[in-house]
Design a binder for this molecule. Structure first.
Ligand SMILES: [Zn+2]
Length: 279
């Protein structure tokens, strides 16, 4: 157990859900190159756009995320043209994220493991899951984790109109606020499928778009060992890991965390949550 993580956790417990930005939170997030693509059959527009040289042809192929007009500022949240993919800054820092929950079959086990090692993580929750499991949202916030918004019903946003996207985001933020006392400051598009409306509406609702660097593809239930290997092989400073605590049988994801979390800590990584940076 690392001393700074213990301290971080104590501070987080004191500060509760307001712990974002507290000492111990990781440095600045920046867009970068994704190590892996998003789920098959869904355009990983952000990662692909970032990986390509910025040529006019690439721009035309990726009009929604690569190169938008200059970002405008809505309140204190900028409208981005691509999601954040990794942490920038110094140090062996990584972020673990769990999507689609909460699910009472798996989320408590994940929370138990995170608590055992005194680390904080991010949970991108779906409103329709969160509404019936508010106790789990309360526990996430109480234990210093960051609760992000992953829409209400996990739709492909690129097929929805603006009004529906707004409603998917807003209702979910309402549920999180009711349970945790604060609205989410982070948003993640289902399937990693972003569009301009998602960036604009997310910013209007005070949320930064966060994607991921390493996709465990745990939702394909490839086996616990494969999930562990994907995390440890992909481990590097600034990496954001995507896993799931709901949406199907996630027992492999639960078991994998028990194995890779101590491995990462033994390798000298600090597992933490990002700090919002305000322009
Ligand atoms: Zn999802």
């Amino acid at each position: 157990m690392q001393k700074d993580q213990l301290l971080t956790r104590r501070r987080a417990l004191v500060a509760g859900a307001a712990a974002l930005g507290a000492a111990g939170a990781a440095g600045v997030l920046a867009t970068g190159t994704g190590d892996r693509a998003a789920r098959p059959a869904v355009p990983a527009t952000g990662a692909q756009a970032a990986r390509r040289p910025l040529k006019p042809s690439a721009y035309r192929l990726q009009p929604l995320t690569g190169y938008g007009p200059p970002g405008t500022v809505a309140g204190r949240t900028p409208v981005r043209g691509a999601p954040l993919l990794r942490l920038s800054g110094r140090g062996r820092i990584m972020v673990l994220t769990f999507d689609d929950g909460p699910d009472p079959r798996y989320t408590p086990d994940i929370l138990d493991t995170l608590a055992r090692y005194e680390v904080r993580a991010m949970f991108f929750v779906c409103g329709e899951m969160a509404a019936g499991n508010r106790d789990l949202l309360v526990r996430m916030a109480d234990e210093g984790h960051v609760v992000g918004n992953h829409t209400w019903s996990h739709p492909l946003l690129t097929r929805l109109g603006r009004g529906r996207i707004r409603s998917e985001m807003e209702r979910t933020s309402d549920v999180v606020e009711t349970a945790c006392g604060e609205r989410p400051e982070w948003f993640r598009a289902p399937y990693g499928a972003w569009n301009r409306a998602a960036f604009q509406l997310g910013a209007e609702l005070g949320m930064e778009p966060l994607a991921w660097t390493v996709d465990t593809l745990d939702w394909t239930t490839p086996g616990t060992r494969t999930i562990v290997d994907r995390v440890t092989d992909g481990a590097a400073p600034g990496v954001v890991v995507l896993s799931h605590d709901a949406g199907g049988d996630r027992s492999q994801s639960v078991r994998a965390l028990r194995a890779y979390l101590p491995e990462l800590l033994d390798s000298g990584y600090r597992i933490t949550v990002p700090r919002r940076q305000y322009a």
